[in-house]
Ligand binder design. Sequence first.
Ligand code: NAP
Length: 299
Amino acid sequence: MSTKIGFIGLGIMGRGMAANLLKAGFPLTIWNRTASRGDDLVAAGARRGASPADVAAQSDIILVCVSDTPDVEAVILGEEGVIHGARPGSLVVDHSTISPQATKLLAAKLAERGVAMLDAPVSGGSEGAAKGTLSIMVGGAAADFARALPVFQAMGKAITHVGPSGAGQTVKLVNQVLVVGNCLAMCEALMFAQAGGVDLEKTFAAISQGAAGSWMFTNRAPQIMRRDWRPGFTVDLQQKDLRLVLDAADDFGVPLPGTSLIFQLYRTLQAQGLGSEGNHALVKALEHLAGFEIAGLGD
Ligand code: NAP
């Protein structure tokens, strides 16, 4: 008998992930706060649950992908939350990016009811969610990881068990430290190139394949040169993830001066109403300081 899956949170990421589970043949029950976002999935064969508790009651493995720590707490511990419907022996998997510390507390509360939990944040963006090519970094018990692996394989490619509860979230935040560091380096490099009067496209061609190259530079520098601010990942979500990084760093007692600076630069973008633009709009904070724009100098 196929493992019965529940999916809670059908946003940009959750919708693609849930669709891939249906395609892989898993019986699927869904719930989303805004119910209409699940209509396509119901048309494709999913059942609609009445609440997170109802989804949990009908499922062996319950996946969650909502925005932030309080949102995961609401759908798991809230009045009609997963914890009130989940059967002992069932497994909750959180795909959201949230606090590692809060994750451990949630896992402990579920464990009191005999329910296991994995933290399994993802990277790869909406495109990876739709194509089933996400990277999934998983924290929790090895036996629970083994149990969930076929489900992960329907949604992702690089699937890594990285340690105990909370470790998946910690590794995801490591990922975010690198993402924003690469992003700031790219933005400063483009500002420097523009100020130095060199052709940006030729600069890109000359260096993107070498030691200074990165996924960020290859994919986002051309977007900046076209002044295309459509998001792969929004400024608001990036800011949220940096808040999680800095909270955890405070907890660990580790200084992150570079990441703290980038957090503040993203805040200036939010203050200007740019929260829904892509994270490469970080360059606009530097443009504001420098008094010129990429592709704008000398116009
Ligand atoms: P999104 O499109 O904004 O969707 C957020 C989802 O969470 C929606 O289904 C929303 O319901 C639900 N939600 C939020 N607060 C809730 C609450 N209090 N109670 C119940 N449901 C709530 O976000 P997303 O891009 O799918 O991101 C989801 C998670 O994946 C986030 O933690 C994000 O950091 C992470 N992530 C995103 C990306 C990316 O590229 N987008 C990449 C990697 C990881 P409604 O539909 O009712 O608003």
